[in-house]
Design a protein around this ligand. Structure first.
Ligand SMILES: [Zn+2]
Length: 250
Protein backbone atom coordinates (compact mmCIF):
# COMPACT_ATOMS: atom_id res chain seq x y z
CA UNK A 1 0.00 0.00 0.00
CA UNK A 2 1.38 3.39 -0.94
CA UNK A 3 2.02 6.02 1.74
CA UNK A 4 -0.46 8.36 0.01
CA UNK A 5 -3.20 5.71 0.14
CA UNK A 6 -2.46 4.97 3.81
CA UNK A 7 -2.70 8.70 4.62
CA UNK A 8 -5.96 8.94 2.73
CA UNK A 9 -7.46 6.04 4.68
CA UNK A 10 -6.21 7.51 7.98
CA UNK A 11 -7.71 10.90 7.11
CA UNK A 12 -11.08 9.35 6.29
CA UNK A 13 -11.03 7.26 9.49
CA UNK A 14 -10.21 10.35 11.55
CA UNK A 15 -13.01 12.34 9.89
CA UNK A 16 -15.45 9.49 10.58
CA UNK A 17 -14.44 9.40 14.26
CA UNK A 18 -14.88 13.19 14.53
CA UNK A 19 -18.32 12.89 12.96
CA UNK A 20 -19.37 10.15 15.41
CA UNK A 21 -18.11 12.17 18.42
CA UNK A 22 -19.87 15.32 17.15
CA UNK A 23 -23.08 13.43 16.44
CA UNK A 24 -23.23 11.96 19.96
CA UNK A 25 -22.33 15.31 21.52
CA UNK A 26 -25.14 17.13 19.67
CA UNK A 27 -27.56 14.29 20.37
CA UNK A 28 -26.72 14.31 24.09
CA UNK A 29 -27.06 18.11 24.18
CA UNK A 30 -30.48 17.95 22.48
CA UNK A 31 -31.58 15.24 24.90
CA UNK A 32 -30.47 17.42 27.81
CA UNK A 33 -32.37 20.46 26.57
CA UNK A 34 -35.50 18.73 25.30
CA UNK A 35 -36.20 16.36 28.14
CA UNK A 36 -36.64 16.73 31.86
CA UNK A 37 -34.08 15.37 34.30
CA UNK A 38 -36.94 13.77 36.18
CA UNK A 39 -38.95 10.71 35.16
CA UNK A 40 -41.88 12.15 33.10
CA UNK A 41 -44.41 10.20 35.21
CA UNK A 42 -43.43 12.45 38.17
CA UNK A 43 -45.36 15.32 36.54
CA UNK A 44 -48.73 13.63 37.01
CA UNK A 45 -50.20 14.05 40.50
CA UNK A 46 -53.85 13.30 41.18
CA UNK A 47 -54.26 12.91 44.93
CA UNK A 48 -53.23 14.63 48.14
CA UNK A 49 -51.38 11.48 49.23
CA UNK A 50 -49.29 11.46 46.04
CA UNK A 51 -48.55 15.15 46.48
CA UNK A 52 -47.53 14.69 50.15
CA UNK A 53 -45.24 11.76 49.31
CA UNK A 54 -43.44 13.91 46.70
CA UNK A 55 -43.23 16.90 49.07
CA UNK A 56 -41.69 14.70 51.80
CA UNK A 57 -39.20 13.39 49.23
CA UNK A 58 -37.90 16.92 48.45
CA UNK A 59 -34.70 18.08 50.18
CA UNK A 60 -36.72 20.64 52.20
CA UNK A 61 -37.26 18.73 55.46
CA UNK A 62 -41.03 18.41 54.97
CA UNK A 63 -42.66 15.76 57.19
CA UNK A 64 -45.75 13.66 56.44
CA UNK A 65 -47.79 15.26 59.23
CA UNK A 66 -46.74 18.90 58.66
CA UNK A 67 -49.54 21.47 58.49
CA UNK A 68 -49.96 23.37 55.21
CA UNK A 69 -48.48 26.52 56.78
CA UNK A 70 -45.35 24.60 57.86
CA UNK A 71 -44.96 23.01 54.41
CA UNK A 72 -45.09 26.43 52.77
CA UNK A 73 -42.58 27.87 55.26
CA UNK A 74 -40.16 25.03 54.54
CA UNK A 75 -40.57 25.51 50.77
CA UNK A 76 -39.96 29.23 51.24
CA UNK A 77 -36.77 28.59 53.26
CA UNK A 78 -35.51 26.16 50.64
CA UNK A 79 -36.26 28.43 47.67
CA UNK A 80 -34.87 31.60 49.24
CA UNK A 81 -31.66 29.73 50.16
CA UNK A 82 -31.38 27.93 46.83
CA UNK A 83 -28.27 28.88 44.86
CA UNK A 84 -28.77 28.28 41.13
CA UNK A 85 -25.97 26.17 39.65
CA UNK A 86 -24.22 27.39 36.51
CA UNK A 87 -24.80 23.91 35.11
CA UNK A 88 -28.50 24.75 34.62
CA UNK A 89 -28.68 28.01 32.71
CA UNK A 90 -32.38 28.67 33.48
CA UNK A 91 -32.37 27.85 37.20
CA UNK A 92 -32.06 31.53 38.10
CA UNK A 93 -35.41 32.15 36.33
CA UNK A 94 -36.92 28.89 37.62
CA UNK A 95 -36.16 29.97 41.19
CA UNK A 96 -37.71 33.42 40.61
CA UNK A 97 -40.83 31.92 38.96
CA UNK A 98 -41.17 29.34 41.75
CA UNK A 99 -40.90 32.07 44.41
CA UNK A 100 -43.75 33.89 42.62
CA UNK A 101 -45.76 30.67 42.57
CA UNK A 102 -45.18 30.17 46.28
CA UNK A 103 -46.28 33.77 46.96
CA UNK A 104 -49.62 32.97 45.34
CA UNK A 105 -50.03 29.74 47.34
CA UNK A 106 -49.33 31.63 50.59
CA UNK A 107 -52.04 34.15 49.58
CA UNK A 108 -54.50 31.25 49.10
CA UNK A 109 -54.11 31.09 45.31
CA UNK A 110 -52.83 28.66 42.72
CA UNK A 111 -49.08 27.98 42.62
CA UNK A 112 -47.91 29.24 39.26
CA UNK A 113 -45.48 32.10 38.73
CA UNK A 114 -43.87 33.83 35.75
CA UNK A 115 -41.08 36.26 35.01
CA UNK A 116 -40.33 38.34 31.93
CA UNK A 117 -36.70 38.29 30.78
CA UNK A 118 -35.09 40.85 28.47
CA UNK A 119 -32.53 40.10 25.76
CA UNK A 120 -29.66 40.48 28.24
CA UNK A 121 -31.12 37.90 30.60
CA UNK A 122 -32.39 40.44 33.13
CA UNK A 123 -35.74 39.87 34.86
CA UNK A 124 -37.84 42.96 34.10
CA UNK A 125 -41.25 41.84 35.44
CA UNK A 126 -42.63 39.17 37.76
CA UNK A 127 -46.15 37.99 38.58
CA UNK A 128 -48.19 35.06 39.80
CA UNK A 129 -51.59 33.49 39.27
CA UNK A 130 -54.34 35.54 40.97
CA UNK A 131 -57.56 33.82 39.87
CA UNK A 132 -58.71 32.91 43.38
CA UNK A 133 -57.39 36.10 45.03
CA UNK A 134 -59.09 38.43 42.51
CA UNK A 135 -62.06 36.22 41.49
CA UNK A 136 -60.96 36.63 37.87
CA UNK A 137 -60.94 33.71 35.45
CA UNK A 138 -58.24 35.25 33.25
CA UNK A 139 -55.56 35.93 35.84
CA UNK A 140 -53.17 33.10 35.07
CA UNK A 141 -49.55 33.89 35.94
CA UNK A 142 -48.50 34.66 32.35
CA UNK A 143 -51.61 36.80 31.70
CA UNK A 144 -51.04 38.77 34.91
CA UNK A 145 -47.37 39.19 34.03
CA UNK A 146 -48.06 40.49 30.53
CA UNK A 147 -50.85 42.86 31.59
CA UNK A 148 -48.67 44.24 34.39
CA UNK A 149 -45.79 44.71 31.95
CA UNK A 150 -47.86 46.22 29.12
CA UNK A 151 -49.48 48.69 31.52
CA UNK A 152 -46.13 49.74 32.98
CA UNK A 153 -44.33 52.84 31.81
CA UNK A 154 -41.07 50.99 31.10
CA UNK A 155 -42.76 48.63 28.60
CA UNK A 156 -42.77 51.28 25.84
CA UNK A 157 -39.11 50.82 25.00
CA UNK A 158 -39.66 47.06 24.65
CA UNK A 159 -42.79 47.23 22.48
CA UNK A 160 -44.04 48.16 19.04
CA UNK A 161 -47.76 48.79 19.61
CA UNK A 162 -48.94 45.50 21.18
CA UNK A 163 -46.04 43.40 19.87
CA UNK A 164 -42.90 42.90 21.95
CA UNK A 165 -39.54 43.67 20.36
CA UNK A 166 -37.32 40.61 19.74
CA UNK A 167 -35.47 39.13 22.69
CA UNK A 168 -38.16 39.06 25.38
CA UNK A 169 -38.98 35.72 27.01
CA UNK A 170 -41.93 34.79 29.19
CA UNK A 171 -40.55 32.21 31.64
CA UNK A 172 -43.22 30.33 33.55
CA UNK A 173 -42.98 27.85 36.40
CA UNK A 174 -45.42 25.61 34.48
CA UNK A 175 -46.00 24.82 30.82
CA UNK A 176 -48.39 27.48 29.49
CA UNK A 177 -52.04 26.61 28.90
CA UNK A 178 -53.81 27.28 25.53
CA UNK A 179 -54.94 30.77 26.57
CA UNK A 180 -51.50 31.89 27.74
CA UNK A 181 -49.58 30.37 24.84
CA UNK A 182 -51.83 32.21 22.39
CA UNK A 183 -51.36 35.50 24.22
CA UNK A 184 -47.58 35.08 24.35
CA UNK A 185 -47.60 34.24 20.62
CA UNK A 186 -49.75 37.28 19.84
CA UNK A 187 -47.25 39.46 21.67
CA UNK A 188 -44.35 37.83 19.79
CA UNK A 189 -42.37 36.83 22.89
CA UNK A 190 -40.37 33.63 23.36
CA UNK A 191 -41.75 31.01 25.74
CA UNK A 192 -39.86 28.95 28.30
CA UNK A 193 -41.12 26.93 31.25
CA UNK A 194 -39.74 24.96 34.17
CA UNK A 195 -42.06 21.99 34.48
CA UNK A 196 -43.94 20.16 31.73
CA UNK A 197 -47.73 19.88 31.94
CA UNK A 198 -48.57 16.44 30.53
CA UNK A 199 -52.25 16.95 31.38
CA UNK A 200 -52.71 20.66 30.73
CA UNK A 201 -49.82 22.21 28.79
CA UNK A 202 -50.30 23.54 25.28
CA UNK A 203 -46.66 23.72 24.15
CA UNK A 204 -46.42 19.94 23.77
CA UNK A 205 -49.73 20.05 21.84
CA UNK A 206 -48.79 22.93 19.56
CA UNK A 207 -49.66 20.82 16.49
CA UNK A 208 -53.32 20.90 17.55
CA UNK A 209 -53.62 24.68 17.18
CA UNK A 210 -55.48 26.06 14.15
CA UNK A 211 -52.89 26.50 11.34
CA UNK A 212 -52.61 30.30 11.56
CA UNK A 213 -52.20 30.23 15.35
CA UNK A 214 -49.66 27.44 15.09
CA UNK A 215 -47.68 29.47 12.54
CA UNK A 216 -47.79 32.49 14.87
CA UNK A 217 -46.71 30.39 17.86
CA UNK A 218 -43.84 28.86 15.86
CA UNK A 219 -42.47 32.29 14.88
CA UNK A 220 -40.81 32.46 18.29
CA UNK A 221 -38.84 30.03 20.37
CA UNK A 222 -41.04 27.78 22.53
CA UNK A 223 -39.10 25.43 24.81
CA UNK A 224 -38.67 23.68 28.11
CA UNK A 225 -36.07 25.53 30.18
CA UNK A 226 -32.70 24.14 31.17
CA UNK A 227 -33.59 23.58 34.82
CA UNK A 228 -32.38 21.34 37.63
CA UNK A 229 -34.49 18.39 38.86
CA UNK A 230 -35.09 20.25 42.14
CA UNK A 231 -36.59 23.30 40.41
CA UNK A 232 -38.67 21.13 38.05
CA UNK A 233 -40.06 19.07 40.92
CA UNK A 234 -40.89 22.11 43.06
CA UNK A 235 -42.56 23.89 40.11
CA UNK A 236 -44.79 20.86 39.58
CA UNK A 237 -45.62 20.41 43.26
CA UNK A 238 -46.39 24.12 43.76
CA UNK A 239 -48.84 23.89 40.85
CA UNK A 240 -50.62 21.02 42.61
CA UNK A 241 -50.64 22.47 46.14
CA UNK A 242 -54.37 23.14 45.64
CA UNK A 243 -54.75 19.45 46.55
CA UNK A 244 -53.46 20.21 50.07
CA UNK A 245 -56.61 22.07 51.10
CA UNK A 246 -58.89 21.66 48.07
CA UNK A 247 -58.74 25.39 47.32
CA UNK A 248 -60.49 26.71 44.25
CA UNK A 249 -64.06 26.44 43.04
CA UNK A 250 -63.99 22.74 42.17
ZN1 LIG B 1 -52.55 29.95 31.33
Amino acid sequence: MSIRLERDIMKKALLFCCFIVLFYHIDAQNDRLNSTKVDPSYFITHTRDELMAKLVDLPCGIKKDDQVKTILLKLNDYLTGFIPAAEYSDDIYARAANLQALKSVIQGGYGIGSVLIDKDGKIIEAAHNSQIQESRSDLHAEMTLMTKFEESRHSKKYMNMYVYKPGLTVFSSAEPCPMCLIRISTAGADTKYCTPGPEDGMVSRIDFLPPDWKALAMKNSVALGDCSPEMQKIAHLLFYTFLLDNRGPR
